[in-house]
Design a protein around this ligand. Structure first.
Ligand SMILES: C[S@@+](CC[C@H](N)C(=O)[O-])C[C@H]1O[C@@H](n2cnc3c(N)ncnc32)[C@H](O)[C@@H]1O
Length: 270
């Protein structure tokens, strides 16, 4: 196994400040609120031990600690660990595919990010198996993926879908593989079926998949980016949140969300 690709470390260290992604714009705020409500619905009650793998700057760790969870955050980007320190969680430099935690040590594992950046299926399943190894039997996994259609909806909404972008996008749609030509960095964008199959192959049971942002996030982002005016707290933002809740389990609308969240339970080790 190679370490995290250098361009991914560089992206989060020098190009993009992940610490403000879930608060700077209302589509990020929608992702935050929906992820938070889905986690609160499914996590075991506090005080449970939560391993936040790929936890980044600790935006979710902060409220989890405030809710009473004992959170340990693992991430390969040193800048993120420094940013996460003030959230009250433990921090550790590491990789989702090779965790240092002992077997059966956590009540819940979050993987809200690592699968975005592992372009090989074997690596993604390996990360999921590691999550299962460190979970107590019956423990809860919550794993996020970027939806295969996220870049198409994003570029169209903000008016950046020209012919060049469409050519690159056609490869993303066909393969799931995404490089830095459309912004972001090396990434993998999942179909719903792929996410389900990877989580199942790693040995989890009871897999449920939710759409996080629902079908109205492109309207929020498109209007906000093009007008420069914040929509946080607006009727449109409230409608988008309600739409996400209504559509969260609708198979026909799952792929309209920018992110998918799979929740599952660890079964006996194999
Ligand atoms: C988009 S950020 C998400 C951060 C946070 N979990 C959230 O949901 O807001 C993706 C995170 O995954 C981390 N990451 C990338 N590759 C990883 C890997 N192989 N193992 C663990 N984390 C990884 C990145 O450093 C980054 O912090």
């Amino acid at each position: 196994m190679d370490g995290t690709a250098p361009e991914i470390i560089d992206y989060y260290t020098s190009v993009y400040d992940e610490a403000s992604r879930l608060s700077a714009r209302s589509d990020g705020r929608l992702e935050f609120l929906r992820t938070q409500e889905l986690l609160r619905r499914h996590l075991p009650a506090p005080p449970a031990g939560v391993l936040d793998v790929g936890g980044g700057p600790g935006v979710h760790a902060r409220w989890l600690v405030a809710d009473g969870y004992a959170v340990h955050l693992v991430d390969p980007v040193e800048r993120h660990l420094r940013q996460a320190e003030s959230s009250g969680c433990g921090t550790e430099l590491g990789d989702a595919r090779s965790l240092t935690a002992a077997d059966a040590n956590y009540d819940a594992v979050l993987l809200l990010g690592p699968l975005y950046h592992l372009t090989e299926r074997d690596d993604r399943v390996r990360a999921l198996r590691e999550a299962r190894r460190v979970l107590r039997p019956g423990g809860t996994l919550a794993v996020a993926a970027i939806s295969r259609h996220a870049a198409l909806l994003d570029l169209a909404a903000i008016g950046r879908l020209d012919r060049d972008a469409a050519d690159i996008l056609s490869l993303v749609l066909a393969t799931g593989r995404h490089d830095d030509r459309l912004g972001f960095t090396t990434a993998y964008f999942h179909t719903v079926g792929e996410l389900r199959s990877e989580v199942t192959e790693a040995g989890f049971a009871g897999v449920r998949i939710y759409g996080v942002e629902g079908p109205a996030w492109p309207a929020l982002k498109g209007i906000e980016v093009r007008t420069g005016e914040s929509l946080t707290g607006s009727p449109l933002a409230e409608s988008a949140l309600l739409a996400a809740r209504i559509a969260e389990s609708d198979p026909a609308l799952l792929a309209a969300s920018s992110h998918l969240l799979a929740v599952a339970q660890s079964s006996s080790q194999t």
